[in-house]
Design a protein around this ligand. Structure first.
Ligand code: ADP
Ligand code: MG
Ligand code: ZN
Length: 490
């Protein structure tokens, strides 16, 4: 409660730190292969095991990928950047330090969609700890096992500015980032496998304030849904604290998606001084013109954020539809194929179909095949969706009938025209006597409504139109029926 007795409105402020495992052939500083699912500790060498005297050599492919990511995020690429040692003690780190970039990263500044990028830097991943409880005994004991295969995997860390304002935006933005990275081809970007990992920094402040509140950090949100629900839960927790007059304490929290609980994490970095110092075994990383040119040459023609902008501004789609199609590339690809088919229909004498009109048929399709399914793998070809949309546009079938046809297409595939014919779903038009007669019957069945319409009450037409639609099982065109009824009633 504030002084006036009303509730204070709070605005969430969110910044993300994202780790991306690069899909190079070898590790960041040695020649060991990256491997998935190989037996533990089969891809190690003196360098990635941290044996004395072993020297790191920078993986050029990782630099190349790092620069591509920087370019995609519109960052400034440093001509010269530095590797540091980040010192801490933990069993997953055999050297006792991680080689990372610190005060002079490879990329600075930038933007993706509506979120600014603070920095992008290169580092190496730690080894993987496998914790075994009593149920998972190996060699007859409860222990933690270290698999050094992952140790030394090239990582890129992306740090955003605190520009995100809601849990939903955090989720949508991370999907945009994933689609962008996937298109660059630099990573598997699979959250469940850990090749894309996200920590969320969360604070709240009174709406209208520009000062930043105290933040907490949610570690390792390992799915898009957990990111959204974890941030949501943390915002609620912070609101409750402030409303009770308690301060938010800066700490690292663990979110349990099953219970929705947030508990303080005894983190390896809590209250740690990493004693950063420049890595003495590596020279500064210089970005040559040739390196930059090679990265530019490898960039895709159109990244998802640009595609969303083209869908919205050139094709006239609604902003949220444009983002959905661009961020879920398979939807965008399907839509563009349907659009090409519609354009061909148009050239062949069919009705011209606006991209926005066609786009309205993607959601009903996705609804029928399941939201995680690629429509390209469904029974409905982009061509048949375009035909269906154009039949509605040409008033050959009603919208309701088209939805029914779509359901049939999803189940059996085939040609929408054939289905319409077979099911007798083609629209009843004014020229057919049937419709005029039905209009007369509707008026006779509800004289009171007819009188009201005659008296100038347009809204009273609803039941009359409804009668005709019911009698035709939705095959009549609503607009046409309305027009006919008004004509009859003067
Ligand atoms: P730290 O030094 O604790 O790591 P940084 O300033 O490096 O903090 O920021 C880390 C991340 O936290 C960035 O993504 C940044 O945008 C975000 N962040 C910083 N301050 C806040 C805040 N008050 N509320 C929410 N997020 C924040
Ligand atoms: Mg940080
Ligand atoms: Zn190695």
């Amino acid at each position: 409660m504030n002084a006036s007795g009303g509730k204070v409105e709070y605005e969430p402020v969110i910044g993300l730190e994202i780790h991306v495992q690069l899909s190079t052939r070898t590790k960041m500083f040695c020649g060991c292969a990256l491997s998935w699912g190989d037996p533990p500790n089969t891809h190690t060498c003196p360098t990635c095991l941290g044996l004395p005297g072993a020297l790191p050599v920078v993986n050029e492919r990782a630099i190349h990928y790092g620069i591509m990511i920087g370019l995609a995020l519109e960052c400034e690429i440093a001509e010269r950047s530095l590797f540091h040692r980040k010192n801490y003690f933990y069993p997953d780190l055999p050297k006792g330090y991680q080689i990372s970039q610190y005060d002079v990263p490879l990329c600075r500044g930038g933007r993706l969609g509506d979120v600014r990028i603070h920095r992008v830097h290169l580092e190496e991943d730690a080894a993987k700890l496998n914790h075994l409880g009593t149920s998972g005994r190996i060699h007859g004991s409860d222990r933690s096992w270290v698999d050094f295969n992952r140790g030394g995997t090239p990582l890129v860390e992306i740090v955003t500015e605190p520009d995100i304002r809601s849990p939903e935006q955090a989720r949508e933005w991370l999907i945009l980032l994933r689609t962008t990275l996937r298109q660059l081809g630099v990573s598997d970007v699979d959250m469940s496998q850990g090749s894309l990992r996200c920590d969320a920094n969360v604070s709240i402040r009174p709406a209208g304030s520009t000062a930043l509140g105290t933040k907490t950090e949610l570690k390792n949100m390992n799915s898009f849904a957990f990111l959204e629900s974890g941030v949501k839960a943390e915002i609620e927790r912070q609101k409750r604290l402030l409303e009770e007059g308690e301060p938010v304490v800066q700490e690292t929290l663990h979110f349990d998606p099953r219970t929705g609980n947030l508990t303080p994490l005894r983190s390896k970095e809590e209250a740690h001084d990493y004693r950063y110092f420049p890595e003495p075994d590596l020279v500064p990383l210089m970005t040559s013109e040739e390196t930059l040119a090679a990265a530019r040459a490898d960039m895709p023609r159109e990244l998802p954020a640009e595609r969303a902008s083209r869908f919205e501004h050139e094709l006239g789609l609604r902003a949220d539809t444009a983002r959905l199609f661009a961020f879920r590339a398979e939807l965008g690809d399907y839509f563009e194929r349907a659009l090409a088919a519609a354009a061909q229909n148009g050239r062949d004498g069919g009705p011209g179909l606006e991209p926005a009109e066609l786009s309205n048929w993607i959601a009903p399709l996705v609804e029928r095949i399941g939201s995680d399914t690629d429509p390209a793998g469904s029974n409905v070809t982009p061509e048949s969706l375009a035909v269906l949309a154009s039949m509605v546009k040409a008033k050959e079938i009603s919208r309701d009938a088209a939805r029914e046809v779509l359901t049939l297409l999803v189940h059996e595939g085939g040609n929408p025209r054939v289905i319409v014919e077979r099911e007798g779903l083609s629209a009843i038009t004014a020229e057919e006597d049937g419709l005029a007669e039905l209009v007369d019957r509707a008026i006779a069945a509800d004289p009171a409504a007819a009188d009201q319409v005659r008296g100038g009450n347009r809204k009273a037409i609803g039941p009359l139109v409804g009668y005709v639609m019911r009698e035709t099982k939705g095959r009549a065109d609503g607009g046409e029926v309305t027009r006919l009824i008004l004509e009859r009633l003067g």
